[in-house]
Design a protein around this ligand. Structure first.
Ligand code: SF4
Length: 486
């Protein structure tokens, strides 16, 4: 596909990134940014685990200013890891942070200076908004130029601007167009110290958007480095499978210069997963695909047939149905976890099989792994055998224990297949980034939760216990719950 996309090399702080440099690993702190010591300690733990760049949320001017204290304390402790500030809504915050850290991540959807939900844009209004965005960004370019600060254009599927949504909808094409428009603004300002990211909680959307971005960049003759990640992937095996499938598939095509595995767990736990993905899919490695076989159901030995997991829930097995057979006789399960999601996704795209059979060897006997097969089909968005949880990895804006809350909600509601439930750490960005969830369980202030049905807020300021009960009630018995309580 998009092999041999070689980006240009930049340096972030003292770290070369892009070109033929190794794929760089990054993560994000989830301590309060105002808590200098806790944030510094977490950064040190991340650096020791192998993280090469660390992102810190800067929600407002105060937090942006505190980045200086974080940086100074890190230096006192002899840690000179490149720092990235994560900016959401305030251009002023971006300008302060850009004078302190090595890189800032901004979402261009937040620099339009206007919000017009469901507005119909005339051609002139569309272009006027782009001109406004360019004007809002000018001071930032000057600061970044002066301080050699990199900008990441960080586009998320869940938070495209109203302008882009009007013209392209919430689509990979919209994500790419947003990136291209923003690159154009940077280029008009002769600013090229850029990286790009197009993230989504849906693995196929994230893959499609990044491939399209590379295709468009090639057409323009551009080669900015690409940051990969699947947002709100959740935790545990499910979260890992989504990240492996999304990031691994793109790396195996030569796309990606830096990555973050977003897990709703301690950020340090993201690093070994990221390292292993990079080891499994070395840069510009041409994938052999020799473990994959596409066979007919009738050719599968009788004793293995019951272990085929069909993509359609009520598929009638017949001899001619196509089955993707992933066989790993020499690999341990922890290796298979890093191979099978990508092997399947690539086969699915090319062959459109009807079912999946994963085989491995245990105690010299061939065994199948149907649990992994179900999880892979769910990550690929093909068959939902349990509730789908999307959960943000949390950051300095989170004021409740999101890892614990995710586990509680999963335990209580995980059996409700077909539902998409979002667990988000803050009400500022959470609702916008719930990416089509049916229900949202969103942190709002210390230990408080707001509940959403689609994008509509139903309950406010509940304790986590109340919220879990109300959420279950809302799902199982929607008419019993008066809406807009609280
Ligand atoms: S949604 Fe989660 S990761 Fe995103 S800003 Fe809020 S707390 Fe941070």
């Amino acid at each position: 596909m998009n092999q041999h996309f070689i980006s240009n090399e930049i340096t972030v702080g003292n770290l070369p990134l892009g070109g033929n440099q190794p794929v760089r690993i990054q993560s994000m702190t989830n301590t309060p940014t105002q808590d200098t010591e806790a944030t510094v300690n977490q950064i040190i733990r991340l650096a020791k685990a192998g993280c090469e760049l660390v992102r810190i949320a800067a929600a407002d001017v105060k937090e942006a200013e505190n980045l200086k204290n974080i940086r100074n304390l890190l230096r006192q402790k002899g840690v000179d890891i490149p720092l990235i500030a994560d900016i959401h809504f305030q251009p002023k915050t971006a300008e302060i942070a850009a004078g302190i850290v090595d890189k800032i991540r901004i979402n261009p959807g937040n620099f339009t200076g206007s919000h017009h939900k469901n507005k119909k844009y005339s051609e002139e209004e569309y272009h006027q908004e782009l001109r406004n965005t360019a004007a809002n960004l000018k001071p930032l370019f000057n600061i970044c130029e002066k301080n050699h600060t990199t900008i990441r254009i960080g586009i998320n599927h869940g938070s495209l601007s109203d302008r882009i949504l009007y013209r392209y909808g919430n689509t990979p094409e919209g994500m790419v167009s947003s990136a291209l428009e923003f690159i154009q603004i940077c280029r008009e300002n002769d600013f090229h110290n850029l990286t790009l990211s197009l993230k989504a909680s849906s693995v196929p959307v994230m893959i499609k958007a990044n491939r399209l971005l590379v295709e468009k960049m090639k057409q323009h003759g551009w080669n900015y480095p690409i940051h990969l990640g699947v947002t709100e992937a959740g935790s545990g095996t499910e979260g890992r499978i989504k990240s492996i499938m999304g990031i691994g598939t793109l790396l195996s095509e030569g796309i990606g210069d830096t990555l973050r595995v977003s897990l709703t767990e301690a950020p340090e736990k993201e690093i070994p997963v990221a390292r292993k993905i990079i080891r499994t899919y070395p840069r510009h490695f041409v994938f052999p695909g020799n473990t994959i076989q596409q066979i007919r159901y009738g050719e599968i030995e009788n004793h293995l047939r019951p272990f085929v997991v069909w993509i359609k829930e009520n598929e009638t097995p017949d001899a001619e149905k196509k089955v993707c057979l992933l066989s790993y006789p020499d690999l341990q399960m922890d290796e298979i976890l890093f191979r099978a999601p990508v092997d399947f996704f690539r086969t699915w795209e090319q062959e459109k099989p009807d079912g999946l059979l994963i085989l491995h060897r245990k105690n010299n006997t061939e065994e199948s792994d149907t649990t992994l097969a179900f999880q892979i089909l769910q990550a690929a968005g093909l068959r939902f055998s349990q509730a789908e949880f999307i959960a943000c990895p949390s950051c300095g804006r989170t004021q409740f224990d999101i890892e614990k809350e995710l586990q509680r909600v999963q335990k209580r509601l995980g059996h409700l297949k077909g539902l998409k439930i979002a667990i988000m750490g803050c009400f500022v960005n959470g609702p916008g980034e719930m990416a089509g969830a049916d229900y949202g369980y969103v942190g709002t202030g210390k230990g408080k939760v707001n509940l959403y049905k689609k994008n509509k807020i139903i309950f406010k300021y509940l304790s986590p216990d109340e919220a879990l009960n109300k959420l279950e009630e809302l799902i199982l018995n929607p008419n019993s719950v008066p809406e807009n309580e609280g």
